[in-house]
Design a protein around this ligand. Structure first.
Ligand SMILES: *[C@@H]1O[C@H](CO)[C@@H](O)[C@H](O)[C@H]1NC(C)=O
Ligand SMILES: *[C@@H]1O[C@H](CO)[C@@H](O)[C@H](O)[C@H]1NC(C)=O
Length: 312
């Protein structure tokens, strides 16, 4: 959804945010950083999973930040009663009393409301995403994360999850909603209350990030099908927009959780975690430890042997 500059400034002032800096950006005296496809100065910053975090919009005023993956979607339909689960920290999501989570349609014939994990309202995110996009940031939804119990099983599971993610977080599509009454869910579109109001937006996320830190049980058939289907849907429904598929593998090679996915599906960006794993962390380059080796070059070779060859 597009905002006129005037309505964005007015809405921001009404919320007592830092309206002067938004106005300055819109008037051109501050140049917001924007994502440059194929560029080598793009900076991504995860938001959502920490404690005592500041609002998403705070970081969208930072000129150095280009991409913000929001984390994490840490349960998938098999774990979330047919819907994913989502956590996003202090400013993230909650539900008004009485209906904190969406009622899932069940998974594989088993409907267990105890497993409903998708918060029904994300009012802060809902307000901030359009602002961030107006400021030139790419906002991604990050799947996985360091905690949670997420898993896909097979290609059909991945395709079905892609259709859900696209319908729920991609461009608003009334026919998708009409086709899927049980999953008529647009978690980022609605305000806190259960009514349609002028604060409801139609948010089209800028892409999906994969921070898979659990080993897939299906040789990544589900993840590969998920990425491939998302790419088909992006090309089908909004070919003129630059969507992003990104990934955050650990630096070890072979990479046990994302290696098969990276071999089998095309990524636009990989932010490899060259930290926390002494044997391959970037710090080994400067302060070597026995057996340590910053393996950037091996990553280049590995990525170029798979579906992202020449793409990063
Ligand atoms: C909307 O969703 C329907 C049903 O999934 C699909 O056939 C159609 O291509 C979509 N159209 C657009 C423009 O997104
Ligand atoms: C909220 O809206 C949904 C969908 O229209 C409806 O099923 C539900 O009963 C509403 N909840 C409340 C508390 O009004």
């Amino acid at each position: 959804m597009m905002f006129s500059s005037r309505s964005l400034v007015a809405a921001t002032a009404a919320l007592s945010l830092i309206s002067s800096s938004v106005a300055a950006v819109l008037e051109g005296s501050i140049t917001p950083a924007t994502y440059v496809p194929g560029g080598n100065t793009n900076l991504a910053m995860y938001w959502g999973a920490g404690v005592n975090e500041q609002e998403l919009s705070t970081f969208c005023y930072e000129s150095t930040v280009d991409i913000i993956p929001i984390g994490f979607m840490n349960a998938f339909p098999a774990q979330g009663n047919g819907l994913p689960g989502f956590v996003a920290g202090d400013y993230g999501c909650w539900g008004p009393e009485g209906y904190p989570y969406y009622q899932g349609p069940g998974y594989d014939g088993d409907n267990d409301p105890e497993n409903n994990l998708l918060p029904s309202r994300c009012p802060n995110i809902q307000q901030d995403i359009p602002l961030c996009q107006q400021l030139g940031k790419k906002i991604l939804l990050s799947l996985g994360g360091g905690s949670g119990n997420y898993q896909l099983t097979g290609a059909a599971d991945g395709v079905a999850f892609a259709e859900f993610l696209w319908g729920a977080y991609g461009p608003y599509n009334q026919s998708w909603i009409d086709l899927n009454p049980a999953t008529n869910i647009r978690p980022f579109d609605r305000g806190l209350y259960n009514t349609s109001t002028s604060t409801d937006y139609q948010i089209d996320i800028d892409g999906f990030d994969f921070d898979i830190e659990l080993a897939p049980t299906d040789s990544a058939a589900g993840y590969i099908a998920l990425v491939n289907r998302l790419r088909e849907l992006m090309a089908r429904d909004n070919p003129s927009k630059t969507y992003i598929i990104s990934g955050a593998p650990q630096c070890s090679l072979p990479e046990p959780n994302m290696g098969d996915l990276i071999t089998g599906a095309k990524f636009d960006l990989l932010w490899i975690q060259f930290y926390n794993t002494p044997s391959c962390s970037a710090r080994e380059y400067f302060t070597p430890v026995p057996g340590g080796h910053f393996n950037f070059d091996q990553w280049v070779t590995f990525v170029n042997s798979g579906k992202s060859a020449g793409n990063l």
